[in-house]
Design a protein around this ligand. Sequence first.
Ligand SMILES: N[C@H](CCC[C@H](N)C(=O)O)C(=O)O
Length: 269
Amino acid sequence: MYFCPHQIEEMILSFYKYQGTGNDFVLVDNRHDIFPKNNTKLIRKLCDRKFGIGADGLILLENDETYDFKMIYYNADGNESTMCGNGGRCMVAFANFLGVIQQETTFIAIDGTHYASIEADVVNLQMQDVTTIENHDEHVFLDTGSPHHVTFKEEISQFDIKKEGAAIRYGAPYFEEGTNVNFVKKLSETEFRVRTYERGVEDETLSCGTGVTAVALAMHHLQETSANTVTLQVEGGSLEVSFEKEATSYKNIFLKGKATQVFKGEISC
Ligand SMILES: N[C@H](CCC[C@H](N)C(=O)O)C(=O)O
């Protein structure tokens, strides 16, 4: 990022566009810490698919005194939010591209530290342990770094996900703080199809990393699978989630899938 000398009020932002199974992000190397983090309006504009670059979110890569790097995630609405699993995978690929890391890393995000490894364009990201899964009549609720409501949907190809997702996201007990909403259809003992309405995007995304992680754990919790590695088919591809059950907790949870650089760009803002 640099300022045009003759127009000090204008800023030229260099960015990279990445996507992980269709969940797409603007990534910024902010190791010099000059990105205007409090400018919600700017972040929202950069994520706007008509007036900006277009993305589900914007992610800053920053230096950290202890870990290889720090990740700061903003939803497309411009507000900083909770952990983004696909964004974390894209950040690992970005850090490798920049030479900040080689094939393995431990970085820090809003929900704590994450170990990850990268081989070619496939990133395997460790997620936080999950100790609580709430059982409800028609859904389960759990937090995999972001909050997730998980419910079955038999007609998963033919329903108004934006309408149904928003009604759950803004309804009781979530209200303004909200939740992400995942609709699931079982395909086999080890494979599930997932469509997600994402908080802060306020629409369906082609994939949600913390969402498919929540679905995988929920399916094991509900005894829909006895496997410890499951495949999640999402609109933007497929992801693999593996985990271990220890007493009532889920540990060693990994989210694995491709993370790809789409283009590099500059934008005046
Ligand atoms: N929209 C989510 C954060 C991003 C989650 C999603 N993009 C992922 O890959 O986990 C929230 O505000 O809870």
